[in-house]
Design a binder for this molecule. Sequence first.
Ligand SMILES: NC(=O)c1ccc[n+]([C@@H]2O[C@H](COP(=O)([O-])OP(=O)(O)OC[C@H]3O[C@@H](n4cnc5c(N)ncnc54)[C@H](O)[C@@H]3O)[C@@H](O)[C@H]2O)c1
Ligand SMILES: Nc1ncnc2c1ncn2[C@@H]1O[C@H](COP(=O)(O)OP(=O)(O)OP(=O)(O)O)[C@@H](O)[C@H]1O
Length: 585
Amino acid sequence: MSPSKLDSTDSFGHEEASVSCSKPENGCVDSLSIFHSEKAVEELLQQTPVAGMDEHLIEFSEALRTVAKALRRAAEGKASAQAEAAEWKWRYELERTRNIQMEQKGNNNCEMLRHWWIRSSLDNAMDMLRIMLPCLFFWEVGKEQNKRIAEARMAEQFSAEKNGDLDCERVKNSDNQSMLQNESNEHSETGCMKHGIWSHEVLRDRESDSNSNADRNKIMRKASFKLSWWCNGENGDQHKHDIVSFERGNITTAERSSKQISLKWESDPQTVLILTKPNSVSVRILCVQMVRWLRERKKLNVYVEPRVKVELLAESSNFSYVQTWKDDSEISHLHMKVDLVITLGGDGTVLWAASMFKGPVPPIVPFSLGSLGFMTPFHSEHFKDCLDSVLRGPISITLRHRLLCRVVRDAAKNEYETEEPFLVLNEVTIDRGISSYLTNLECYCDNSFVTCVQGDGLILSTTSGSTAYSLAAGGSMVHPQVPGILFTPICPHSLSFRPLILPEHVTVRIMVPFNSRSPAWASFDGKDRKLLAAGDALLCSMAPWPVPTACQVDSTNDFLRSIHDGLHWNLRKTQSFDGPRDRDL
Ligand SMILES: NC(=O)c1ccc[n+]([C@@H]2O[C@H](COP(=O)([O-])OP(=O)(O)OC[C@H]3O[C@@H](n4cnc5c(N)ncnc54)[C@H](O)[C@@H]3O)[C@@H](O)[C@H]2O)c1
Ligand SMILES: Nc1ncnc2c1ncn2[C@@H]1O[C@H](COP(=O)(O)OP(=O)(O)OP(=O)(O)O)[C@@H](O)[C@H]1O
């Protein structure tokens, strides 16, 4: 590069101009000119060196290149901060508009429901008159009978009115194709009712909905139930929403956020879904017995998976009453038909059951037919007694939290542009897959930098999953009713990387940085592996739909029994009485 060329205003002059702009009076940085300056330096350096080139010039141009790079980063940082601010503003506006719309829609639906109630009450009155008139001759007999009909109808109307809030939500949700697309609506579905945590009431079958006017009596109803906190062994009916009180400036915890929960049926369960571990003879035999008993003795509708229906029909053609689904799209409506799910298998079958419900999950009764049973407290030998007591209620349940995991690709415009989310009951694992390099994962918690994971990977686990993979990687065992997200590294290449437990309300973001030597792989409850390339991120937060599993005794007793029986936790021979004692010392 000749000095004359360096002096030329074409390249060097341009460079100077951009550098002087990099020390702005008003803090403004022109990213375009910085880009040009950097390019100019790049070009200068690439030119063939000529004899007698001054070394200082090279150093100077290197320095210029560094300055230009720093300026470019500053400009990019500013632009991205501005974009983020605009994004938050946009999100705020969107949320506000959505809330206003939801409020209006809710009011409209309630209004419609009220009109429907008045109209149907009039219809009922007309019906009653129609019944009564021909019966005038038998007035005394007819009077008693009509009174009973009227009472039943009024009770039904009363129940519908009492649960008006929930019905409003159902009306709203009936339009929804996918539960996950309508997160906010479903949030309110699982929300708190006046008494207890929530109550499934008068849910309509999709098919029945379409011809509901034609034949209301054929509407399939879900069993109604109530969940309540269990206080000191009593069934406390009231759930206080404010868990912290601050009267007169004194902060006290009036209610604990996590308590033993009790489920009490308000109407009898009618439909049961049985899910079974495949390829197991003992499971198949038990399934046959259970289906027969539920149908013949309990008069319940029974749903099974298509594969199991084929197996049952091969056993006997009498099983034609057993119901199933034809294609997977019907699975998304199962939660509206099923009152109770029974699983026959190990923990993997409970995970399978949970994965079928991408929104609310009906209560699950897990029977143990595997080698380990952390989530399967019921013994198959006593299935009739167990199911009798569950169907009668009340039962203790463990509300097992799930994590909602979304993959955001580098190319996505914002965090909402994600692929189909996954709901995990145990954990999401981000590992190195078949790559022999260390994973390099940047971790953020609610946008605060947590750490960089360099090792085999990272496990983000629920407390239910704390006894699974996370435990094997050195994580703590946590009672499943404790709300939180476990942050457990897999074979970290550092001596001080202890596992963390984060609070339930945070969003964890795991990013594969651009300087990572290899991509990472995410897997969800040990299934569905997804590639995370450089720039891709995984977002993980607590899902609004927990998995309610029935307890044999209660949450704590079942959890302790599972770690004693399943893991032989802290099992040690008791020291004998004879030997040295303190008083001898
Ligand atoms: N090194 C490990 O311990 C390891 C490795 C991979 C996966 N897993 C676990 O396996 C789970 C998938 O289970 P699967 O049955 O489909 O696969 P699987 O058939 O390979 O069984 C894995 C084992 O994990 C046990 N398990 C599952 N959930 C558990 C829980 N919550 N608490 C205690 N033990 C539990 C199962 O009983 C089973 O013995 C994953 O979610 C992961 O937690 C563990
Ligand atoms: N209904 C089902 N359809 C397809 N796969 C299933 C079903 N139920 C369970 N599985 C899968 O079968 C595998 C084994 O199931 P599960 O853990 O229940 O039995 P197990 O391995 O015998 O029990 P354990 O792990 O306690 O020894 C799991 O990976 C699970 O995902």
